[in-house]
Design a binder for this molecule. Structure first.
Ligand code: PRP
Ligand code: URA
Length: 210
């Protein structure tokens, strides 16, 4: 069975994504919106975090109330554009650890190459949320998930702002145990591997490099 695709069905995400798509949106606004949408998708991607209970004393009385069980969690941005999503995740899960995975894509073949990987020591024991704004051919995400599995990680989710069907199908085929959380699904890629209509080059727009 392939992993589930959770497409955000929320007016705030839809509205903010439309501003991201607009080529006139400034670098500052783009960066802020990536972080905000990241926070909103994290809300959905953490829906199954286990809870326990604890005793608290309200101003009225003592009670037993839910609290996070403190399961170990790590967010793993794919460099560089994934960095734009880290802050949004950490605002929702402040205790999360952060692992970095650096990847560049061959401009001809679009195939990714891992050039950097720095993870918390106990990464194999953690639930992993890999983050990247774009899932296009799916090559980068596939390689990132493979790297995490090589390090012993078993509970992995992928969070992206925009996904193309091609990328979704690739992850479902190569890593059927991984659920995908995305802001929206666009239907195809152009001849350069860009998502259409998409939002352009996410890294360039977050960091202002073009
Ligand atoms: C972008 C994006 C993904 C990748 C998606 O990164 O952030 O990592 O492309 O494409 P794929 O699904 O076809 O692999 P890019 O390689 O442009 O690097 P950057 O983050 O440094 O801009
Ligand atoms: N990477 C991007 O940044 N944008 C796309 O549309 C595809 C890959």
């Amino acid at each position: 069975m392939s992993g589930k695709v959770h497409v955000m069905d929320h007016p705030l995400v839809a509205h903010k994504l439309t501003i991201l798509r607009d080529k006139e949106t400034s670098v500052k606004d783009f960066r802020e919106l990536v972080s905000e949408i990241g926070m909103l998708i994290t809300y959905e991607a953490t829906r199954d975090l286990p809870l326990t209970t604890k005793e608290v004393e309200t101003p009225i009385c003592k009670t037993t109330a839910p609290t996070l069980k403190g399961k170990k969690f790590a967010v793993v941005p794919i460099l560089r554009a994934g960095l734009g999503l880290v802050d949004g995740v950490l605002r929702m899960v402040p205790g999360a650890r952060v692992g970095h995975i650096g990847m560049f894509r061959d401009e001809e073949t679009l195939e990714p190459h891992v050039y950097f990987c720095k993870m918390p020591k106990d990464i194999a024991e953690r639930d992993i949320l890999i983050v990247d704004p774009m899932l296009a051919t799916g090559g980068s995400a596939e390689a990132a998930i493979t790297e995490m599995k090589k390090r012993g990680c078993r509970n992995i989710k992928l969070m992206v702002l925009l996904a193309a069907l091609e990328g979704i199908h690739r992850i479902q085929e190569t890593h059927p145990d991984v659920d995908i959380y995305c802001g929206a699904v666009d239907d195809h890629l152009n001849e350069h591997g860009y998502i259409v209509p998409g939002l352009g080059d996410a890294g360039d727009r977050i960091f202002g490099t073009k």
